[in-house]
Design a protein around this ligand. Sequence first.
Ligand SMILES: Cc1ncc(COP(=O)(O)O)c(C=O)c1O
Length: 404
Amino acid sequence: MAETGGLFGAEIRDEFQLSKELVHLNHGSFGSVPRSVYEARLERMKELEICPDDWFRYNFVPLVKKGSETVSKLIGSSSSENVVFVENATGGVTAALRSLGLKMQPKAGLLVTGLSYEAIRHTAHKVCEIEGHFVLHTINLDPPYKDKFEVVQRYRDYLSSHSDIHVAIVDHITSPSTLLLPVKEIVSVCHEFGVAVIIDGAHAPGQVEINVEDINAEFYTGNLHKWFFCPRGCAFLHVRSDQKDIIRPVIASSFYHKGFPEEFLTQGTRDNTPFTVVPQAMSFYERLGGIAGIHAYCVPLLKWAADMMSERLGEPLIAAPSDMVPPYMRVVRFPEILQGDRTKAHGIKAQTILRYQYNTTACIDVITGELWLRLSCAVYNKREDYERLAEALLDLKNHPEKLD
Ligand SMILES: Cc1ncc(COP(=O)(O)O)c(C=O)c1O
């Protein structure tokens, strides 16, 4: 495996503003913005400051529309008119869920999974318990599975015995458990049972090929600020053509009643500059060879890193069939001696010690009652980063009292 291919690893680290001392192995949580995109965004912010009236009254709309065209190309949408910007995947799921809730009979069933992201579970809970739109159901997707069809079968079994379910939120890539779900097949089963689907693709753009037409979910939302090099606060919502009449933004603002997609252009006054630099993020992505170029570097590096970490810690990787392993994230069980009371709070404590005593970032969270460590692999990572994290963890294993 080439450790650096000129465009990756140490060679590209300077294009990111990450601290030189830091071993950053948690790209998955908040991303990191390359200088070219960061500077393009600063230019837009300056332009805005020179005359906010010009920006908000005249200038931003064509720039945001250009951004939607770029997203549309990235996700295989047949029309950029089906794509709007939201600030994050949570916002995309919320808009879709509330809009579907208004259309459904009261108390229709809403299906999330036991592996759904915490913020999305909270969103679902709020829409069910406080706003009263749905009744919440949770399907158990805990691994192991022998293949991806077992996951699809779990959906089929669950929906066969719960005819009240009308909406499902399905992750494209689960977090923190890092499983690539067979979304196309799950959508197809859901549709057989008359269930509308919102895909939570928070981790998918830039990490896996997305073809929203092929997946065919009613709604697909994804973050561009994780794996697609955009500034934070940049996500999209793709709305299938037949859902355009029902989708409404979360915030009714000045463009309300202008219909879709215009209604989403304003959500009160906000910093919309991230949406305008998606074309620059696309240029950076293409410079690295697009998804094929980035896979060629990151997939073998992450495989090596995950195997090395598992062997050195003497802990397993999460059990996943090979076609359910996402390209840039993998989890290994946190060492037994450091598990503490196996709570999220203990995981956060461990993350904090890794950050401030060992200068490394990684994500530690609870999956099926135990703590697991998520490794990310970004274009600027290199073998030495994972070796430094392994050394830190081995040292921590020798000093478990640090976590008391
Ligand atoms: C699967 C999944 N869904 C939703 C989110 C929420 O993303 P955001 O905080 O950008 O709304 C995340 C964040 O990591 C995630 O991993």
